[in-house]
Design a protein around this ligand. Structure first.
Ligand SMILES: [Zn+2]
Ligand SMILES: [Zn+2]
Length: 137
């Protein structure tokens, strides 16, 4: 059995591989905290991450982590959310702003496009031989 020190409270607990690095008691506390924070943001539309952190005694990093996991979403028009990982623009949920999401999607799209480009180039080779092209079709 793998026994580790909880990252939060330092107590020993049975660690399951791939599991949380904190003990079940702290994990439970964190879940309760999450519920409180979620409710707080719901009750205070437009609240900033700094205020949420101070009012609920939760670290900003923890809140950002929840937001990146898309478990938390700041209301539309909030003063502060988190930064887009790509351009640093303030976003309300997830990892990228709308523009960067599109950019990423386009990049994926063009990679796919160039892969399909290889097909017509290959076809060209058989152009000189209509019979061959017919067979290929
Ligand atoms: Zn703990
Ligand atoms: Zn961005």
């Amino acid at each position: 059995m793998d026994v580790r020190n909880c990252r939060e409270c330092g107590r020993l607990f049975n660690y399951t591989s791939g599991g949380s690095p904190i003990c079940p008691a702290c994990a439970k506390k964190l879940e309760e905290k999450f519920a409180v924070v979620k409710q707080y943001i719901y009750d205070h539309p437009g609240v900033g991450i700094q205020e949420v952190s101070e009012e609920n005694d939760v670290s900003i990093n923890m809140i950002k982590k929840w937001v990146r996991e898309e478990r938390l979403t700041f209301a539309e028009g909030s003063a502060v959310g988190i930064e887009c990982e790509c351009c640093g623009k303030t976003i309300l949920s997830g990892r990228y702003c709308e523009e960067c999401k599109k950019k990423v999607a386009n990049q994926l799209g063009s990679a796919y496009g160039s892969a399909t480009h290889a097909a017509p180039a290959q076809k060209k080779k058989t152009d000189g031989n209509p019979k061959m092209r017919f067979l290929n079709n």
